[in-house]
Design a protein around this ligand. Sequence first.
Ligand code: URA
Length: 219
Amino acid sequence: MLLKKTIKEAENVIILNHPLIKHKITILRDKNTKTEDFRRIMKEVSLLIGYEVFRNLETENILVETPLESALQPKLKKNKICFVPVLRAGLGMLDGFNNLINDAKIGHIGLYRDLKTHLPKEYFNKLPKNIKDMTVYLLDPMLATGESAINAVNLLKKNKVKKIIFVCIIASPEGVKNFCKYFKNIPLFIGSLDKKLDSNKYILPGLGDAGDRFCGTND
Ligand code: URA
């Protein structure tokens, strides 16, 4: 639990520290970034985050014929991987991840935030058959209160998924602490750890409503 430890000391929390990731998140934050650019940059930043998330994927050597000779060379092991974006904003991360591993299965979880209670309500889920045997990467760009993340992880656990990795672009300290209270063994990758939540449970400085900005629904 994160009661005594600081966020940076928590073994399951990985805060990425790469100038390209930081640079692109700054563009996402800018309220003047147009929808089309927001989408493109969200894909790019997700791809960069994915590069770090997949750092420990296992490889096995296969024999390859180069134009010059045969050589034993590493290839990704056949992993059973599933990407689960949390609708809507998580869809913005899917392309980047899919560009890195394009034979992954894809599931969807739809959650919306009740405007009064700020608590997540599930309105949709469609998960692949045999998801319990897969490593599932939950994609949700904003870890705000942590309640949606906790809800989504619980849904996967109900489906008997054993290997879960949570990936977000921006997290609040409150959200990370809440998440780790329940899931201290689930790796949590974060592009940027922001300052705090505001009274409406938006992340400060954040980037606003990621779903609206990705979908252009508030333009
Ligand atoms: N969801 C968002 O899209 N933005 C926030 O700041 C918090 C939750």
